[in-house]
Design a binder for this molecule. Structure first.
Ligand SMILES: Nc1nc2c(c(=O)[nH]1)N[C@H]1C(S)=C(S)[C@@H](COP(=O)(O)OP(=O)(O)OC[C@H]3O[C@@H](n4cnc5c(=O)[nH]c(N)nc54)[C@H](O)[C@@H]3O)O[C@H]1N2
Ligand SMILES: Nc1nc2c(c(=O)[nH]1)N[C@H]1C(S)=C(S)[C@@H](COP(=O)(O)OP(=O)(O)OC[C@H]3O[C@@H](n4cnc5c(=O)[nH]c(N)nc54)[C@H](O)[C@@H]3O)O[C@H]1N2
Ligand code: SF4
Ligand SMILES: [Mo]
Length: 740
């Protein structure tokens, strides 16, 4: 007699990228048997991409670790969770005793903003480690936006998003949402939204050294020389002033200073560096100014570049000067349900401490990932001798990754919280694997801050945790306690009480908080939720701008509201809220922060000395996601290949045709790849995707191991940074190409 396994349906948010798609997941027992878009999701309306459709394959990947590993005599062995944590405690103590607190570094990678455990525990973990050596994927990504927002608006976490659903004119630089599905702009079905923009008569312009699928959707595409965005944006600012097109905005200072700086960047001066005709630059500026509403949006092509912070600043400056900051159809600040708005921030600044070896300024508590290898290799007081990685694969993702990988091999102790043995974690002493995604709750603490609509959506775990298996939250809580010197067996509920109690104690003291003057003990008793993450979410929602305020606003949100609405809660279109956001000392928008404008001379010098030869840029493919989705057979197919895109003119000069191998050489290394000539890339520029190359010894990714790919970060250069933010340069890397 066969016993049919009954199926269950679960609605959950896809945690794989920033689009936050609602998924409808069918499970038979503990197996995911079907995944489709949840048509009833209030924000994402059924949109799904090939990665989301393969959520089940990723969730059930047989290469995911089910038990912790400890390296003994050079080999990983499976151990119990107690043994693993005891090992962490021993190893950490030994390094701290021998080399001090700063000898322990922490690296947190991209998925740590996609899990719930990351936003809740990572900051606490960094604090309890007490080290200055904190690194994240942000300095390989969006740190320029934090630094520019910090100086312009006073809050590094308030980054305006383009209101693409209502704008009449979208100027997009260095983003390819048809592959990435959007970043620092959570807009599920980005392609559909762009099509609607044009259908309602709006104009869409893309600036990119490649004619991407996104550019194919646009009214106009301008090829730009990699790294030239800051100069291009300056020329737009210049034109607004030059042609008297800039609007006057009362709550802004620094206009006159910006005008003086921009005077040096006329379209005629920068045209050659940008590879764009001066007339075309002027036309974009005029159209930006003339459109009823318009918005400039710059992403990874503009941030992981040598002048990332200047570009990020000028994107916002243009939105201000055209009267499009904080207005519908312009650049607006989302209002996250889980982020309290009553908290007053200290004035922002970077450089509260500096990296030991190369003297880079700290930004939002982090040092540049590009300098982690220096800190491990260079002897002396404070040399990094141990590393924790959480959700990160820096041996793949960092600039000059092979150098960092070699440095990892040289550490005395390393712990990775990660489901896989990959390029990075193979160097660990201890690997602590989180459970499956279906066994974890989900809420987007991060991306609710970047939505083109305000929304909130919670997904409870679809499956219970297997007996004895800690949640990712429990793993992190245990690490916090170990780092705090409480040992590997400490009671974790104490930590939760401390964290929740601490937040409540603060909230009751703040005038303007919904619980001002209340008794924190009483509030604590009202908090609900099955686990610490759920309780933390309940607290955040209740104190948030739509929250029930623990009874002050009975109609407001709490965890119960989200549980009762499995397709999410729509909180409406973005609304003007600049006054709520502004945290500068004088309460004004700083249009020309001296800390940023100090870098302008370097940009002027670049106009003269910029690389004239071949330069390398990146690209993303819809079926991929950074380094960790190449182990799903259905995703490593089609156009998702690690080939070198090259303009046919350049291919001809090298006498190579499709499929032929070339050598790509830079200051840091050499790789060999097959070329794919295409006129979609401008002459003088080549492009390779990142996250490939999984055949290092010891890597346990049985599918990815056998894919054809090399790590592009063998040739990216950790010595060149966007100095203001410490961000790596992945776009505009000088390379030499030779046929084989
Ligand atoms: N050349 C070049 N390099 C780049 C880029 C580029 O465009 N070009 N892009 C950069 C950007 S934007 C980024 S964000 C970085 C990303 O850099 P990283 O964050 O360092 O790398 P990822 O490839 O995202 O690796 C994610 C890691 O998290 C693990 N992981 C996945 N899910 C979970 C989970 O639920 N819990 C835990 N604990 N671990 C999990 C995976 O196994 C993997 O080891 O790469 C950067 N590197
Ligand atoms: N499918 C998929 N989706 C992803 C990811 C993924 O790896 N795969 N990664 C996720 C992550 S971590 C992030 S941060 C986001 C990033 O999201 P996006 O910023 O949209 O990233 P990309 O698709 O790499 O688009 C960057 C574009 O910049 C262009 N570019 C390169 N150099 C320059 C330059 O100097 N100037 C200009 N103007 N353009 C330039 C490239 O040609 C490319 O088309 O995507 C996220 N989503
Ligand atoms: S677009 Fe992003 S969030 Fe949506 S299904 Fe694809 S990977 Fe998941
Ligand atoms: Mo990223």
């Amino acid at each position: 007699m066969s016993t049919a396994v009954s199926t269950t349906t679960h609605f959950r948010t896809c945690p794989l990228c920033e689009a936050t798609c609602g998924l409808k997941i069918t499970m038979a027992g503990d197996r995911v048997v079907d995944v489709r878009g949840d048509k009833d999701d209030v924000f994402t309306n059924g949109f799904i991409c090939p990665k989301g459709a393969k959520f089940g394959d990723l969730d059930m990947d047989p290469d995911r670790l089910s038990k912790p590993l400890v390296k003994r005599a050079g080999q990983f062995v499976e151990v119990t969770w107690d043994e693993a944590f005891a090992e962490v405690d021993r190893g950490l103590k030994a390094v701290r005793e021998k080399h001090g607190t700063n000898a322990v570094a922490l690296y947190m990678g991209n998925p740590s903003v996609h899990t719930m455990a990351g936003p809740v525990f990572n900051g606490v973990f960094a604090k309890s480690l007490g080290t200055r050596n904190v690194y994240t994927a942000s300095t390989s990504d969006q740190m320029p936006k934090h630094v520019s927002s910090g100086y312009i608006f006073g809050d590094p976490y308030s980054i305006p998003v383009p209101d693409i659903d209502r704008t009449d004119y979208l100027l997009m630089l260095g983003a390819n949402p048809l592959e990435s599905n959007g970043s620092l702009c959570t807009a599920p079905d980005f392609p559909g939204r762009l099509k609607k923009l044009r259908a309602r008569g709006g104009k869409f312009v893309v600036v990119d050294p490649r004619r991407t699928r996104t550019a194919d959707l646009a009214d106009q595409h301008l090829f730009i020389r990699p790294g030239a965005d800051a100069a291009f944006l300056f020329a737009l600012v210049h034109t607004l002033f030059d042609e008297n097109l800039a609007v006057e905005v009362p709550e802004v200072n620094g206009v006159a200073e910006l005008r003086v700086l921009a005077s040096k960047f006329s379209p005629e001066v920068v045209s050659d560096s940008c590879g764009i005709e001066a007339g075309a630059i002027r036309q974009v500026a005029r159209e930006l100014a003339a459109a009823p509403t318009a918005v400039v949006y710059g992403r990874i092509g503009t941030t992981t570049a040598e002048f990332g912070t200047i570009s990020s600043w000028l994107v916002d400056a243009l939105n201000v000067l055209t009267g499009n900051l904080d207005t519908p159809g312009g650049a607006m600040f989302p209002r996250s349900a889980a982020r309290a708005t009553y908290v007053k921030r200290k004035p922002f600044r970077t450089g509260r401490w500096h990296s030991r070896v190369r003297g880079f300024a700290e930004a939002i508590g982090e040092l540049p990932t590009a300098t982690l290898a220096d800190e491990i290799e260079t002897p002396g007081e404070g040399q990094v001798r141990a590393l924790f990685t959480v959700c990160g694969n820096p041996a793949s993702s960092a600039p000059n990754a092979p150098r960092l990988a070699a440095a990892l091999a040289d550490l005395e102790f390393m712990v990775s919280v990660d489901p896989y043995v990959n390029e990075t974690t193979r160097h660990a002493t201890v690997i602590l694997p989180p459970p499956r995604m279906t066994q974890s709750p989900h809420f987007d603490f991060g991306f609710t801050q970047f939505g083109v609509r305000n929304f909130a959506n919670f997904s409870p775990p679809a499956l219970p945790l297997p007996q004895g298996r800690p949640s990712e939250a429990a793993i992190m809580a245990r690490l916090v306690m170990i780092a705090a010197g409480q040992g590997p067996e400490a009671d974790l509920s104490g930590l939760e009480e401390m964290m929740i109690g601490g937040l409540l104690a603060k909230a009751v003291q703040i005038d303007g908080s919904p619980v001002h003057g209340a008794d924190p003990t009483e509030l604590r008793q009202m908090i609900e939720g099955d686990g610490p993450l759920e309780r933390f979410l309940d607290l955040s929602l209740r104190l948030g701008p739509y929250g029930d305020g623990f009874g002050a606003n009975p109609e407001g949100l709490n965890l119960g509201t989200l549980l009762a609405n499995p397709h999410g809660v729509d909180l409406g279109p973005l609304r003007p809220r600049l006054a709520e956001v502004l945290s500068t000392a004088d309460g004004k928008v700083h249009l020309c922060p001296p800390e940023i404008s100090a870098d302008v001379p370097r940009l002027l010098a670049w106009l003269e000395e910029r690389p004239r030869g071949m330069v390398l840029i990146g690209r993303r493919h819809l079926r991929s996601n950074n380094s960790w989705m190449h182990n799903v057979p259905a995703l490593v197919t089609g156009s998702n290949t690690c080939t070198l895109h090259i303009n046919p003119q350049d291919a001809e000069k090298l006498s190579v045709t499709t499929g032929q191998r070339v050598r790509v050489m830079s200051r840091t290394g050499t790789i060999e790849v097959s070329v794919e000539p295409t006129d979609k890339i401008m002459p003088g520029v080549v492009s390779l995707p990142h996250g490939w190359g999984h055949d290092s010894p010891g890597v346990r990714l049985s599918v990815a191991r056998n894919t054809n790919g090399v790590n592009v970060n063998t040739v990216t250069d950790e010595s060149i940074l966007d100095v203001l933010s410490g961000t790596a340069v992945f776009n505009g890397v000088p390379v030499e190409i030779k046929g084989l």
